[in-house]
Design a protein around this ligand. Structure first.
Ligand code: GLA
Length: 391
């Protein structure tokens, strides 16, 4: 089975950690439908770690914790499916999961059979407690084969955080997504670190097996399992926009039932979702290597500096001939960025320019003098969908 778009949905880990149960999961499914998030494309409802008992049963199967999931997993799956959504679960390539529940090591085919019987649609597959006598690629291949032969279409979302040079072998395994970053937490520093790490691995991203930058923290506001300081609205906007520019899976991590208006506005941004899900799925490139005009320079500093990691401008060629252009300021001071249309392929001789529509305000402006000029507040971003037009 193949998938042709980065998955979108919700996962329990960022907010609930160990405190999950069928009520939370089913209420979240209700909310996804009622709030219109389903219509925006969010479809997977994923239970992360901590859903099972600590021991397998006598048949060697993993058993859902009856206190957390009193009606079993098929019941939850049926409910989620009745809402027109898809159901995701979690296991681990090691002997134990990261939170020390049973992992699927040496039980891959037994577990895949259970998952198929419960009618799950997606399996996040972690990498804690894997025996060091074997390699990650063997373990992901095992589970991929088990799923591919379980009689049901199940997305395999590998989660080995880039360890053992995952990028070089993950496509062989049959995984549909792979975690190309470490774990996120709800802070600006974490968002910045993951964003910058991702710049090193964009060439490994592509249709069929998507780079996964980890679940979103938009709307957590400093509360929940991976909460730290929380972020400002501007920072959550930058986070979501960057994940969309990179074409990451968009998996919400906040308690949706308590999500505030700012979070919903960000998570529902139609133009960004369209960029994320663009069918051509080309990778972004950096124009001018993120070179920016150092307006606040001191006498000894150069007029222009190269900080592609700190203030990148990313461009993505979309399926219908439009472009997505995203400028991001990861620095703590205001920045003035500029980029020449020449570096996008629209040199002077083409007679063409861009008409750019802001994904945040919907305002449209035409680029003049062959140069895009942007002033960005600290931690903010501007993202546009641009159309090629006559000058
Ligand atoms: C790892 C993963 C996280 C989460 C936890 C659960 O750290 O990277 O996304 O699934 O395990 O224990």
């Amino acid at each position: 089975m193949i998938i042709n778009r980065p998955p979108m949905g919700w996962n329990s880990w960022n907010t609930f950690g160990e405190n999950i149960n069928e009520k939370v999961v089913m209420e979240t499914a209700d909310f996804i439908v009622e709030s219109g998030l389903k219509d925006c494309g969010y479809e997977y409802v994923i239970i992360d770690d901590c859903w099972s008992l600590r021991e397998r049963n006598e048949k060697g199967e993993i058993v859902p914790d009856p206190e957390k999931f009193p009606h079993g997993m098929k019941y939850v799956a049926d409910y989620i499916h009745s809402k027109g959504l898809k159901f995701g679960m979690y296991s681990c390539a090691g002997t134990l999961t990261c939170a020390r529940y049973p992992g699927s090591y040496d039980h891959e085919f037994v577990d895949a059979k259970c998952f198929a019987e419960w009618e799950i649609d997606y399996l996040k597959y972690d990498f804690c407690f894997h025996p060091h006598s074997t390699f990650g690629h063997f373990l992901y291949k095992r589970m991929a084969l088990a799923l591919a032969n379980c009689g049901r279409d199940i997305v395999l979302a590998a989660c080995s955080w880039g360890d053992e040079n995952t990028k070089t072998w993950i496509k062989e395994t049959g995984a549909h997504t792979w975690r190309s970053t470490g774990d996120i937490n709800d802070s600006w520093e974490s968002i910045k670190r993951l964003a910058q790490e991702q710049m090193q691995v964009t060439e490994y991203n592509g249709n069929g097996c998507y780079n996964d930058m980890d679940m979103l923290v938009v709307g957590m506001n400093g509360e929940g399992n991976v909460a730290l300081t929380g972020c400002t609205k501007e920072e959550y906007k930058t986070h979501f926009a960057y994940w969309a520019m990179m074409g990451s899976p968009l998996i919400i991590g906040c308690d949706l039932r308590k999500a505030d208006a700012d979070a919903m506005e960000i998570l529902k941004n139609k133009m960004l979702i369209e960029i994320d899900q663009d069918e051509a799925y080309r990778q972004p490139f950096y124009i001018n290597g993120g070179r920016y005009f150092n307006k606040s320079r001191t006498a000894n500093e150069p007029l222009y500096e190269y900080y592609p990691l700190d203030a990148p401008i990313l461009v993505r060629f979309l399926a219908n001939g439009d472009l997505a252009i995203g400028a991001f300021n990861f620095r703590d001071r205001k920045e003035n960025l500029f980029a020449q249309l020449d570096s996008i392929g629209l040199g002077e001789c083409t007679g063409k320019t861009l008409e750019m529509t802001s994904v945040w305000t919907g305002e449209t402006k035409k680029v003049t003098n062959g140069t895009i000029l942007l002033e960005l507040e600290p931690h903010s971003c501007e993202v546009y969908r641009a159309r090629v037009v006559d000058k």
